[in-house]
Ligand binder design. Sequence first.
Ligand code: UDP
Ligand code: MG
Length: 484
Amino acid sequence: MTQRKQRKATTKLTSPSANPPKNGFRTMPKLLNMQFIRFVVVGTLNTGFSYGVYALLLYLGLEYKLANLGSLSASIVLGFKAHGKFVFNNADNKLFLRFFIGWLVIYGFNIFIIGQLLKLGFNAYESGAMALPPVVLCSYLLQKLIVFKPKKNPPKEPPPSSTSAITLPTVFMKTHLAIVVPCYNEEEVLPETNSRLLALMASMRGSGLISENSAIYYVDDGSRDKTWKLISQFNADSPYVHGVKLSRNQGHQNALLAGLFSAEGEAIVSIDADLQDDINVIKDMVRLYNEDNEIIYGVRSSRKSDTFFKRVTAQLYYRILMSMGVDIVFNHADYRLMSRRVIDCLRQYSEVNLFLRGIIPKLGFRTATVYYERTERFAGESKYPLSKMLALAAEGITSFSVMPLRFITWLGFFVSLGSLFMVVWILIGKFAMQSTIPGWASSVLPIYFIGGIQLLSIGILGEYLAKIYMEVKQRPRYFIEENI
Ligand code: UDP
Ligand code: MG
């Protein structure tokens, strides 16, 4: 074991340095630089390409609406690729959704300006030409500052394996393993879960992978059914089963934490009680742990067993989180192995609003991933109804990203810019063209629009304020009623 520690020390010495310091709000970029010129060139070429596709599709006999749709789609995809690669040096395909939303905003902005200019009496060509400069400028700023903004924490390169000086045959290292299982009203699945986990541990013990004192820790998260009774029974029947009873239901994340902090062992695996995650993967996790990895993520290779709704919303959510710069492992829930050292680091995070999936990747250390097929729940119903899922989703965003706050700033900026145009338009209408009529729409619409934006912004601010309120109280996250 001392040699193992030494190997860890070498790895640590050669591992890349900590994350680069975070930059704060950006200062306004210089507008007329090479990047902007590249942007204009690529944009112009892409527009040419779009017209080419349009002409080709018409030539092939397509109706003009379909041809338009086709050329538009082609130019959006090509525009995304070309801007990412040649203009902003960020060819990350995951940014497509952001790019597409940005494109829609700019498209709407363009149509709005042209519409206003047409109303002022300019013809279509003049309006198009006059709208071009502000549209190009806004499009550039949007893409540079929001869409293709480089990630703050570039993915860490794992240190080269040649750094581990001594290689020990894994047979000699029996890992003291703990398996933590949070349970909330799980009486239907627990007997099966327990017998499968015990069988797995027995086989791992037999093959010398884990030590004799390795054990399972069930955390009863204030269940109202027979869950605790069952856990006590398992504990009486087997020396390898322990239980932690929380004083009330504290939610999955807190229950998990209670288990992680109570369990004894040098490597701790957390897994749901419902057997949706393939437990055999634990063997691979322990092997990877023996190869000096300190965090091993279980990642679902498919979501076939999930409902269509859950699958789509979950994938979308992971993408949104990643695009907001939250460090998160795609398709990984709370099935993972962590070393004792990682658990000790986790103790230093005292936040009440827990989103472990976001915290763990922030810890660093050498990590590895194992893939598995996620199956359906063995028995019982999901303990994560839509409301709890949404709460966890909001937690993930507001605990790790200030993007929504920044979004308000930008929204304010664009709305102010828009109202500046309105002022110019109104003044021209009043003094140059003398054509103002007492307009209901032009006075009432902005009231609703700006009122809506204000409410939305206050709402987002409120979300963060609530979070601060919860955090400053520093309330304990759980109480343990019984430990067996
Ligand atoms: N869970 C918990 N406390 C809760 C809700 C859930 O400890 O308040 C546990 C539950 O017993 C299960 C795990 O968290 O072991 C995941 O819950 P579930 O399988 O119902 O979620 P899903 O897989 O449907 O997202
Ligand atoms: Mg489940």
